[in-house]
Write a protein that binds this ligand. Sequence first.
Ligand SMILES: Cc1cc2nc3c(=O)[nH]c(=O)nc-3n(C[C@H](O)[C@H](O)[C@H](O)COP(=O)(O)O)c2cc1C
Length: 330
Amino acid sequence: MDSPKPGLFHDITVASLRVPGNVWLAPMAGYSDAAFRAVCAKQGARLCFTEMASADALSRNNGTTLRLLEKSPEETLTGFQIFGSSPSIAAAAVRRITPLRPAIVDLNCGCSVPKVLKADCGALLLRNPALIGSIVSAMKAETDIPVSVKLRLGWEASSLTYLACAEAAVKAGASLVTLHPRTRAQGFGGTAQWNHLRTLKEACPVPVIGSGDLFSAQDCLRMISTTGCDGVMIARGCLGNPFIFAQAEALLRGLPAQTRIEPEERLSIAMAHLHMLAHSVGEDKACRDMRKHFVAYTKGLPGGSIVRQSVVNAARVDEYEEIVESYLRD
Ligand SMILES: Cc1cc2nc3c(=O)[nH]c(=O)nc-3n(C[C@H](O)[C@H](O)[C@H](O)COP(=O)(O)O)c2cc1C
């Protein structure tokens, strides 16, 4: 097991923005909505990203897409992520969202879902570093807010383009680069190749954030200490486990981390999450959306399957409350 090393927790300066810590929440479509971002912020995520939002839809003022970017009053720093492939449309999107005052605007250059690739966006940009440069440059021209890019290694193993993409983005004005060191072809398979984070960090003049296979506080410590990256962005590892942010911060500060989270605490955070979600999207949708989160919150809890089976039919917040109370009582 890695031992705590003080000094690895620190602020990150991103152009004009100072982020008071280097353990962040990654963008996750279908998960990183305002309620979950608020939960993560309260548990120690120092900057939280929205899921990717279509630049094209934003430029057309689409209400559903704009709602992805609505902030909760309980969030602190929120980064907005957009996806697109046209510099002029990305510029229009940035013009539309700048008044909403995100902390950062990030360009997605890694998503590999067919719908996004079909629109020439996401990971497809990895094949065209010059286009990444043009999009970043167009975004920069519209805003005083720092612009960043989130990359994968490349389209496939035979074309690792992340260094060229990062260079083009930084030349065009990007103030931060995040790398999930898998190729588009890898999806989420195999393991993230963290050695590329070190290579990027050595080449890149702006802060580098690492993403990929961060499932525990120890993983965050190991990524920062072995690659030299400036900070980490946690994705799957915080689903049902937002405690990972404070645990990672403690470990990076060289302090003992609270590793044992009692079922009462876990479920009380899950219920607070549900209340916030109901407040932002209404009770009906919240109860439906919360099921997947409850699956994650109850993973590994003794008898947790009982909760998971029960919430499938829960349509009201008080039904969730009853299920949780009965689980804790019995
Ligand atoms: C459900 C899900 C949704 C995701 N959505 C996005 C997204 O909208 N934008 C993005 O840049 N990355 C997205 N990602 C990738 C994550 O931000 C992260 O880079 C990746 O999951 C690797 O981190 P991990 O291994 O710690 O999960 C998503 C990942 C998951 C699991």
